[in-house]
Design a binder for this molecule. Structure first.
Ligand code: DC
Length: 233
């Protein structure tokens, strides 16, 4: 029986494995995967490169007029990569420089409006798995499934360290812990769309779950959240 196409929101603190889970879900369900954090990272990269003073709202507005972000599918890796004004910035947006500044950029209301509009547009036909901080609370409050992912700090830092090593991006373990703590604090205390667990989100602590185990859990939740298309007539 044909299943309803739903939106799955995966929110949580930095480096809890949100993108791994959202990508696995998207692959399994043949849904679009949207990395909302990549947008804030791409805006941050633009601001750093162009010496934008993020305290000056007119500079932000002019910058946003000149920023075009899109995601292009790379068949070799099986996922989309982030493009900023036509340039593939997938690697650059994961650098220490961008990671250090992105939370400060993501507090700015104008930047959030800019990113959220594009995220809603990408999800307008549903069939989407999106990870971030405000996906279940602000971007898609009507998402059929909302997952709030958590994990212990040492496990998150170790995972991030290994991920960056695989990508040949230099950052020490201590730098990673400091960065995660700083971002968690800014992301959850900011005025606009702070990181919160939506009232109807289901929390999964994946500290001691394997990738396969967390996927199995989430897939079973997703199937329950899908109403057979027939019942929608
Ligand atoms: O998911 P990530 O670590 O790549 O996100 C980078 C930063 O972007 C994160 O520290 C806060 C911000 N962000 C946000 O404010 N809202 C989102 N939906 C996604 C990310």
């Amino acid at each position: 029986m044909q299943q309803q196409q739903i939106i799955i929101a995966v929110d949580g603190y930095a480096s809890c494995g949100k993108s791994t889970l959202a990508k696995d879900l998207a692959r399994n369900l043949e849904y679009i995967y949207l990395d909302s954090g990549a947008m804030y990272r791409a805006v941050t990269l633009y601001c750093l490169r162009n010496n934008i003073d993020i305290m000056q709202i007119n500079e932000i507005n002019t910058a946003l007029e000149n920023i075009q972000i899109d995601f292009r599918y790379n068949a070799e890796i099986g996922f989309s990569e982030t493009y900023l004004n036509g340039e593939n910035v997938e690697r650059l947006i994961r650098s220490k420089e961008v990671s250090d500044r992105v939370s400060e950029v993501a507090v700015i209301a104008e930047i959030r409006v800019f990113c959220v509009e594009q995220q809603r547009n990408i999800g307008k036909n549903r069939g989407l798995c999106c990870d971030g901080r405000d996906i279940g609370t602000v971007v898609f409050p009507d998402a059929e499934l909302k997952i709030f992912l958590t994990a212990d700090m040492d496990i998150r830092a170790k995972r991030r360290f290994e991920e960056l090593q695989r990508k040949n991006i230099e950052m020490t373990y201590d730098e990673i812990v400091a960065n995660l703590k700083k971002r968690d604090h800014i992301d959850s205390t900011r005025e606009h769309s702070p990181l919160r667990k939506a009232a109807d989100a289901i929390e999964i602590n994946n500290s001691y779950l394997s990738q396969t185990e967390q996927l199995k859990k989430a897939l079973s939740l997703a199937r329950k959240a899908m109403v057979p298309a027939k019942q929608l007539d």
